[in-house]
Ligand binder design. Structure first.
Ligand code: FAD
Length: 420
């Protein structure tokens, strides 16, 4: 079978890899000049099954009301984005009820654990190098109220047989001595031993090399415009460089998948949630953390990636706007200063932003559509790196008519039937 995949980010490449492994011919279409130059370029790097709780947690509605108009808010809603968020936003808040939230978290957690298994196999088979570490992740809390929420999450993880350790500050310091300057301002910490981290961009570049050697056809600098259909099937992807025919088609174009699907009258409940990162070199003068530290108050992670430190997070609902808002970058510099003050003295940081493809319930949308040979792999929001390998495998299983290791329904577009 010839499968055409749109998007060479984490999800498109993972899908292409799983399809090629199954013996399909694969063409990958990407508008940018290389792999992972969209949202997969400079994320926080966390491979974090323990942190798969959806953003639409109980209480999110009132929190977002409180944060309205505040440039230092973890989630910021820009007025210009409001019209595009009305229906999606209603579903996003609806899904924040406790029962929905725990169900959605469970779906993400299962997929994340499965993804880690697939990623391990893939890394081992191909000796992929991407600054990976399995040191765990430390979540720190600045107030007792935030810590209390964290403790409830530990209970939920325990009910799913996932270990998380609540630590006194002195024990957290033993685990991550680089936090010594920040320690006096912390209310508590939770250590997640099953998590890890790695550089998503390096991973994508390594995977691309393997795929190119395996004869996957890359069409870079090629904008997918629409899909042509005939009798309930897609026959070709129309691009600015001509049509590409195939037997099956996968939309893995991040939040842009929405527009491509809309050209067929198909609605996908995914919206862009802009996030920021800054990256700096770790030199002798800087603290040298050994694992990602997540500052829960701002939804920001500080992750060591080889000889660099990345500070990433926060969300801004601003449509597809790609500009770097200085105040949002400053928020990250502030967190850096509060956490690793010596690193904050570094004069040079590179700032970046990307659009997380956020689904209305916080769970990705994988697999079938009403069109027989059109498939989706999008909506991974803040978890695309953690969920990529397993998502690619599940979508390839479906296309190849194979049984999957996980149930498909929790990730299907079909779950939104009747509410789209
Ligand atoms: C600040 C930040 C921190 C994050 N931290 C983490 C983390 O620690 N752990 C984690 O698991 N996840 C994290 N994420 C989320 C993760 O990065 C995303 O979920 C993931 O990158 C999404 O990958 P994707 O392949 O769906 O999208 P993308 O990487 O954006 O890939 C889609 C590709 O499709 C291409 N494309 C779009 N439209 C077209 C078209 N019409 N024609 C051709 N090509 C097209 C784009 O150019 C792009 O390259 C973070 C995200 C952000 C923004």
């Amino acid at each position: 079978m010839h499968v055409v995949v749109v998007g060479a980010g984490l999800l498109g490449l993972s899908t292409a890899q799983a399809l090629r492994d199954d013996g399909h011919d694969v063409s990958l279409v990407e508008s940018r000049p290389g792999p992972a130059l969209g949202t997969s370029f400079a994320n926080a790097g966390m491979l974090s099954p323990s942190l798969t709780d959806p953003w639409n947690a109980p209480g999110i509605f009132f929190k977002m009301l409180r944060w309205l108009g505040r440039e230092d808010a973890p989630f910021l809603l820009r007025p210009r984005a409001v019209p595009s968020l009305i229906g999606w936003g209603a579903r996003f808040f609806w899904q924040s009820g406790r029962a929905h939230y725990e169900k959605n978290w469970t779906s993400n957690l299962r997929l994340a654990l499965y993804s880690m298994k697939i990623l391990d196999e893939l890394s081992e088979t191909h000796a992929l190098a991407f600054d990976r570490s399995s040191a765990g992740i430390l979540k720190v809390f600045r107030t007792p109220e935030e810590l209390a929420v964290g403790l409830r999450q530990v209970e939920f993880l325990a009910s799913q047989q996932v270990e998380a350790r609540v630590l006194e500050i002195r024990d957290a310091l033993e685990l991550e001595p680089a936090l010594s300057s920040a320690a006096p301002s912390l209310a508590g910490a939770i250590y997640h031993p099953i998590d890890g981290h790695g550089d998503a961009h390096l991973f994508c570049c390594a995977l691309e090399e393997i795929l190119a050697q395996a004869d996957v056809q890359f069409h870079y600098g090629t904008q997918a415009l629409s899909l042509s259909r005939e009798r309930g099937r897609i026959i070709a992807l129309e691009t600015d460089r001509g049509a590409i025919e195939g037997d099956a088609f996968v939309l893995a174009a991040g939040s842009q998948s929405v527009e491509l699907a809309a050209s067929l009258g198909l609605r996908i409940p995914v919206r862009p949630a802009k996030g920021y990162s800054i990256t700096l070199d770790l030199d002798g003068a800087c603290e040298r953390p050994g694992m990602p530290v997540v500052d829960d108050s701002l939804h920001v992670a500080l992750t060591p990636l080889g000889e660099r430190l990345r500070v990433a997070g926060t969300a801004e609902f601003a449509g597809y706007d790609e500009s770097l808002t200085p105040s949002r970058v400053r928020n990250l510099l502030d967190v850096l200063g509060k956490t690793y003050p010596r690193c904050a003295e570094r004069p040079e940081v590179s700032a970046w932003c990307g659009h997380r493809p956020l689904s209305a319930d916080g769970v990705p949308i994988l697999g079938a559509t009403p069109l027989a040979n059109l498939f989706l792999n999008t909506g991974h929001g803040p978890l695309g790196w953690t969920l990529a390998a397993g998502s690619g495998r599940l979508v390839a299983d479906l296309i190849g008519g194979r049984a999957s290791a996980l149930a498909r329904e929790p990730y299907s577009l079909e779950r939104f039937r009747g509410i789209l």
